[in-house]
Design a protein. Sequence first.
Length: 364
Amino acid sequence: MNAAASPLFQPLQMGALRLPNRIAMAPLTRNRAGPGNVPQAMNVAYYRQRASAGLIISEATQICPEGLGYPNTPGIHNKAQVAGWKDVTDAVHAAGGRIVMQLWHVGRISHPSLQPDGKLPVAPSAVRPAGKAMTFAGMQDFVTPRALEADEIPGIIEQYRRAAENARRAGFDGVEVHNANGYLLDQFLRDGTNQRTDDWGGSLENRMRLPIAVLEAVISVWGAERVGIRLSPSGTMNDMHDSDPETTFGTFIERLGGYGLAYLHLMDPSQSDLRHGAQALPARGFRARYPGVMMVNTEYDGARAHAALAQNEADLVSFGRLFIANPDLPARLAQNAPLNTPDPATFYGGDARGYTDYAPLSAP
């Protein structure tokens, strides 16, 4: 790849942020938060190492105790967590980087052992997902969640708003609303998981109501120019499906186009999605329906990312596994340098091995 000629290495004005390149670090759950779900020194080092990304999107971060779905994932709902994240953002900024926080509520993708007082996880409807939850006691069957009462939903919206405020206090440059991968907002959007008959379900307009309300609450804190949103139109992760995903996501994306967001982050169909019978809805198919900055993700390498930008299918590309193993990924892509191979055995949980010990390009 000729870095001088590749759009990957051109700057981008993304809302209020000026990015030096179009190589973003995707949000990556790594299960390495400290006690109390507080970011710790190891997390500071990890994000600092990756500050050459045009943009870092933090790992998914729960907005409230009920939003927890995995062991040792960070939160943003108390002072200790805010302080822990401030150490991260200070380090990234000192290294010349930009970082936004991904705001997360898992909804039904949890387990009573992870919930306050051992309560049931909450969801739009009492639809049990297939599969198993990751818990401190190992993998356990998912349970049937409790359907949220209508009068509880404004409280969820307020939790997102407060989390957005906390992200601002923690020094982030913006936030991304996690509306993908089968978590709470995705559960409300899709009719396979939202079987409500009140104002929060049924019609597509009603199913969009909570995601839109959350987005507007977050915008009230940050301004639209520092807010992004992530969607997975073809996603089957966490037992997700929809009767008409092209209409569901196409209509929602058109609605999002009216907000002047910093970016829309779309996941392409993965090989796993296709194996599980997903309707393939490539991100490029939504390009004409969204007027703003579009980021794409899922199984991109440097060549495919270059082609997507050169063909105007997207404005920037986020990389996940490549950033896990290559903290200096922009330099490696620019120099056509060899890439480290990620170690899947260290993806989720553990210590510095497979987290902060990948050799940089400059190492002998």
